[in-house]
Ligand binder design. Structure first.
Ligand code: ATP
Ligand code: MG
Length: 297
């Protein structure tokens, strides 16, 4: 694990997200490359950041080939912030495994669509990652293409698990942002109508995975047409009051059945991770692909 933030040297910016920046960094003593996610909190007391960082300690215990490793979590108070006055803010920093292939979002931007065989192996890896996280009682809450990262061997792993929980408070203070809502399940969007008594978050991750898999096939976000405005109100209408997800004719019967089980609106009837791991769509013997996306990054 990385002991000190000062052991890391910033090399370049890998990308910007909702409220943060990800840098490629080098550990000066070991020359290991990591990704460093820095979330800026403008008006948060450092005590809250300290608490968030200690809650996030559990992320360092996550050790699965299907999930990005987290090598350190730091709260970096106002003392070391970029501004030279004490604004009560600070940074929350996550040292992560570096994924040189970028994200599934990058792949989709370049290729639009992926063949079913590739979607099948991506889905299987994400299911295995979710199976692992859920067993640790970690709900992801933010499965979407930019949070599925690809390493140099073309293997997809889940990123940003737990982070969404830790920064939820800060995000609520932000404006409605489509990236955060688009893949959200009906029971999270509208707990009163769809949640019922003990809606736990686990089923929400299954919903999001179904949408991502369908997006890989359709080449666009599946719930709204290009003509519709992708704002919060439109999404709310489509997800909570719409007819349900429209399935393209072009998908194979197994794929359609897999998607149907993921995007079931009632979370109690939706497939569990265990059921999906046994689904024919992710168990076709014809695709022993071990290199998933290696030709696509
Ligand atoms: P959000 O803030 O809503 O999660 P996001 O996922 O697009 O949105 P970030 O998680 O901040 O934002 O990531 C921004 C970009 O940085 C990603 O799209 C990806 O290209 C890159 N990135 C993130 N983590 C890593 C990593 N571990 N290795 C390599 N690149 C990464
Ligand atoms: Mg992310």
């Amino acid at each position: 694990n990385v002991e000190n933030l000062s052991d890391l040297e910033k090399l370049e910016v890998l990308g910007h997200g909702n409220g943060g920046t990800v840098y490629k960094v080098c550990h000066k003593k070991t020359s290991t490359i990591y990704a460093l996610k820095v979330l800026r909190f403008d008006h948060y007391a450092t005590g809250i950041l300290q608490q968030a960082a200690s809650e996030a300690e559990i992320l360092k215990l996550v050790d699965s080939p299907y999930v990005i490793r987290c090598h350190g979590v730091f709260d970096n108070g106002f003392m070391s912030s970029t501004s030279d006055h004490n604004d009560g803010g600070g940074d929350l920093c996550f040292v992560m495994e570096y994924m040189e292939g970028g994200s599934l979002l990058d792949v989709l931007r370049a290729r639009q669509r992926l063949p079913e065989q590739v979607i099948s192996s991506v889905a299987k890896r994400v299911l295995q990652g979710l199976h692992y996280l859920h067993a640790m009682q970690i709900v992801h809450r933010d499965i979407k293409p930019s949070n599925l990262l690809i390493n140099g061997r073309g293997h997809v792993k889940i990123a940003d698990f737990g982070v969404s929980h830790v920064v939820a408070g800060a995000r609520e203070a932000c404006d409605a942002y489509m990236g955060t809502y688009a893949y959200m399940s009906p029971e999270r969007f509208d707990p009163e109508r769809w949640g019922g008594d003990n809606a736990n978050g686990f089923a929400g991750d299954v919903w999001s995975l179904g949408l991502v898999a369908l997006q890989c096939h359709m080449g666009r976000f599946p719930l709204i047409t290009p003509e519709q405005k992708p704002d919060w109100a439109t999404l709310m209408c489509v997800i909570c009051f719409g007819e349900g997800v429209e399935m393209p004719e072009t998908a194979s019967p197994e794929f359609r059945s897999f998607i149907w089980r993921c995007v079931e609106k009632d979370w109690r009837k939706r497939a569990t991770i265990d059921e999906l791991l046994d689904h024919p769509f992710v168990n076709k013997t014809c695709c022993p692909s071990t290199e998933d996306l290696v030709d696509y990054v």
